[in-house]
Design a protein around this ligand. Structure first.
Ligand code: 3PG
Ligand code: MG
Length: 341
């Protein structure tokens, strides 16, 4: 985008403003902050209008709980400039995830150029990440560039041992990626919902380090009856909502010995204090290491910032799934759609 002539132009920007929400409020605004340098540069260079678009969550249609209005409000607080507008959640339109040209054209309409800055979403071939580039000249934003530079350091030769830590909720998405990542890392530590799923059926074709114990809860509730049990002795009907104390120690030791670290996804339901200790232990271990450490994904980033540890890692990535796919060596459609990228 540094090479784009934006003066007097109307610019459409795709940012990843898919922030974690809690009780209808923004639980962590890291992704909003990360979108600012690109927007500032466009304003400084005299853009006439800057339209920001993003998805938020995975709504089935126009669900008010996934409105981008609170995000727009926060963005305007951080960057008060009346040339900036934030469109409503792109996923309110079914054409978004189907990459329908009619929706892409609708987004592109009344704009002169497109800036792709949504690193966290470039692994999706959607109307707002790929489709629009059929209708507008496309440029890479500053965050996208920075993310590719920092994460690029994990491609090719890395200092070993390389420890990959994976957790979080989007298990199906991540299992596919992990399958191809096994050979890259020297150890893959798995916690959270993914570890729960792998207890009975582990399709990964390589050795992973699974929990030895979990914090088991009788039901999925913040105040549920809970106790520590062995990983393979979870009582019938109970749920593992965090990794247990033995596992925290085991994982922390592996992390302490690492020279390169990539962490994506919390170790449990860390939004609830009684199930937050595992994620906290991992955040502290990663922050305490002097290895090259990358933490990616909205929830892991949130966990780290809540502990005030965001400056203790080498790179805090706004991408979770996107970072994993980059690491896997896959082409990212939202990047590939930018000419000469
Ligand atoms: C993310 O949070 O991982 C990105 O914003 C992409 O969201 P998605 O997995 O719903 O496409
Ligand atoms: Mg996410």
């Amino acid at each position: 985008m540094r090479e784009a002539d934006v003066e007097g132009r109307r610019v459409l920007v795709r940012s990843d403003l898919n922030v974690p929400l809690e009780d209808g409020r923004i639980a962590d605004d890291t992704r909003i902050h990360a979108s600012l340098p690109t927007l500032r540069l466009l304003l400084e260079r005299g853009a006439d209008e800057v339209t920001v678009c993003s998805h938020l969550g995975r709504p089935k249609g126009p669900e008010p709980a996934f409105s981008l209005r609170p995000v727009e409000e926060r963005l305007h607080e951080l960057l008060p400039d009346e040339r900036i507008h934030v469109l409503e959640n792109t996923r309110f339109n079914p054409g978004e995830t189907k990459n329908e040209p009619s929706f892409a054209r609708e987004l592109a309409d009344h704009h002169d150029l497109f800036v792709q800055d949504a690193f966290g979403s470039v692994h999706r071939a959607h109307a707002s990440t790929v489709g629009v580039t059929e209708f507008l000249p496309a440029y890479a934003g500053l965050l996208l560039e920075k993310e590719l530079t920092e994460l690029g350091k994990l491609l090719g030769e890395v200092e070993r041992p390389f420890v990959l830590i994976s957790g979080g909720a989007k298990v199906e998405d991540k299992l596919g990626v992990l399958r191809n990542l096994g050979g890259k890392a020297d150890a893959v530590l798995i916690g959270g919902k993914m570890a729960e799923q792998l207890r009975d059926d582990n399709p990964l074709p390589f050795d992973v380090v699974l929990p030895v114990d979990v914090v088991a809860a009788r039901e999925f509730a913040e105040d549920a009856e809970a106790k520590v049990t062995a990983y393979d002795e979870l009582p019938e009907g109970w749920l593992g909502l965090d990794i247990g104390p033995e596992t925290r120690k085991l994982f922390a030791d592996r992390i302490a010995a690492a020279r390169t670290i990539f962490w994506n996804g919390p170790m449990g339901v860390f939004e609830w204090p009684r199930f937050a200790e595992g994620t906290k232990a991992i955040a502290e271990a990663v922050a305490g290491s002097d290895a090259y450490s990358v933490v990616g994904g909205a929830d892991s980033v949130r966990a780290l910032t809540e502990l005030g540890l965001e400056d203790e890692v080498s790179w805090l990535s706004t991408g979770g799934g996107a970072a994993l796919e980059l690491l896997e060596g896959k082409e990212l459609p939202g990047v590939a759609a930018i000419p000469e990228s």
